[in-house]
Design a protein around this ligand. Structure first.
Ligand SMILES: Cc1ncc(COP(=O)(O)O)c(C=O)c1O
Length: 420
């Protein structure tokens, strides 16, 4: 049976009434002091000098432009091929030349390869904690210092998450990027931050006029419509609130500061983080226990007690392949009401960033064709997670036990969910 909307959606915002009340209050009275409070909280966690921007992309734009102006003779901006396209776009827009390196099988960036490839024309190295899997950056930071290369630690997906050394991400880069957009650890609906630790003149963001602040707050009130309606099954209407949201929320507009409403919601989410992280870890543990023994299936990022923002499973075949099993596995999951996402498309194969180089980043190519992200947001009920596992088992082992089961409705953590 095909479901009108996803029975288990990806859902990206675990919002409760406090977040909604903050959005509504922002329509009446913007609270610019929330920006100072968020800056102070980030500075006390990560140090450095913090500037808040309208999005992670806007923060990246400011970072790349500052580096390009400071290093006129160096043009190469190194980044993993498996990365949000907007990172390469922003580097190119600042006059830098994106160059790509591979990832490791656990979906962390292959920084050894990047360090070996960097030369005298290298301006910066982007080291992201991909999908929230925190990588150790100490050696790369050392190599960057030796070469005079700026290390941009992209923590868009990893704010508050800890690395192998038990320390939070965001402590190693000369510059650090944060995002409060959907799919991140703290979801405000928009907003980003740039942290600078070495002297570097960075542009100041432009201020919102008060009317702009109110419009942003209204957009956040629409957020539940855009993100909750689809998962409630209102498929016919789902594009309308999304369009309203998009027209009200110019999230990627460069040069603007973070809206006060986003700073306020980010702080509320931060206070709830222990509860959100605990639930994420429980969900990952259920997946690992139920999927660990499936033949050929790999959980590339999974480590007990380690949190990630998107949870991937790797199949022993191409997920878009029609041959095995009879239909692409992604379609089979969707037909059973399980929403999934593909990884980022490999950038080294994208003609917008130079001649495609098939084979240059083999792990990226394998991950991009074999991995799918499963729903893992903190609002999922245990029954929904087990249902996903049963559907996967059925697809891979041919058992149909999942058909008899109905997932529990309701969420352990309040959630506003939907399609990206
Ligand atoms: C690794 C990475 N960096 C930067 C960004 C840009 O952040 P934003 O969506 O806030 O513009 C993203 C967006 O998903 C991302 O995944």
């Amino acid at each position: 049976m095909a479901w009108p909307y996803y029975r288990v959606p990806m859902a990206y915002a675990s919002w409760g009434w406090r977040e909604l009340a903050a959005a509504a209050a922002g329509c009446l009275r913007p609270a610019p002091q929330a920006r100072q409070a968020l800056c102070a909280a980030l500075e006390s966690l990560l140090g450095g000098s913090v500037t808040l921007w309208a999005s992670g992309r806007a923060a990246l734009d400011a970072a790349f432009r500052a580096i390009a102006a400071r290093e006129p003779g160096r043009t190469a901006a190194w980044m993993p091929s498996l990365l949000c396209r907007s990172v390469a776009e922003r580097a190119a827009a600042a006059g830098l030349r994106p160059r790509f390196y591979d990832i490791r099988p656990d979906l962390t960036p292959d920084l050894e390869q990047a360090c070996a490839a960097m030369g005298p024309d290298s301006a910066c190295l982007v080291a992201p904690h991909l999908y929230g899997r925190v990588a150790g950056l100490e050696q790369a930071a050392q190599r960057c210092r030796e070469l005079g290369v700026w290390l941009i630690e992209d923590c868009a997906a990893s704010l508050l998450l800890k690395g192998p050394n038990g320390r939070v991400s965001g402590l190693a880069g000369d510059l650090v990027i944060l995002s409060f957009n959907t799919g991140k650890t703290l979801v405000a609906g928009g907003g980003g931050a740039l942290i600078v630790r070495r002297p570097l003149p960075v542009a100041e963001p432009r201020r919102w006029p008060e009317s702009g602040e109110r419009t942003q707050a209204l957009a956040r009130v629409c957020f539940p419509l855009a993100w909750a309606w689809p998962s409630a099954g209102y498929t016919l209407l789902r594009d309308l609130p999304r369009r309203i949201w998009a027209s009200l929320a110019p999230q990627s507009r460069t040069g603007l500061e973070m809206a006060a409403v986003d700073a306020r919601i980010a702080l509320i989410q931060w206070r709830r983080w222990p509860e959100l992280e605990r639930r994420r870890l429980q969900i990952l543990a259920i997946y690992a226990a139920a999927l660990g023994d499936l033949p050929g299936l790999r959980l590339p990022q999974y480590q007990p007690g380690v949190c990630v923002t998107r949870f991937f499973v790797e199949f022993p075949f191409n997920v878009n392949d029609r041959g095995r099993p009879r239909q692409p596995v992604r379609d089979l999951l969707h037909a059973r009401g399980v929403q999934t996402h593909l990884p980022y498309a490999p950038l080294h194969l994208d003609p917008d960033f130079g001649p495609p180089q098939p084979g240059a980043c083999p792990v990226t190519e394998a991950v991009a064709s074999r991995c799918l992200a499963l729903p893992s947001h903190p609002g999922l009920a245990d029954g929904q997670v087990r249902y996903v596992c049963r559907v996967l088992r059925e697809i891979l082992c041919g058992s149909r036990e999942w058909e008899a089961e109905t997932p529990e409705s309701g969420s352990a953590v309040p959630v506003i969910g939907g399609e990206e």
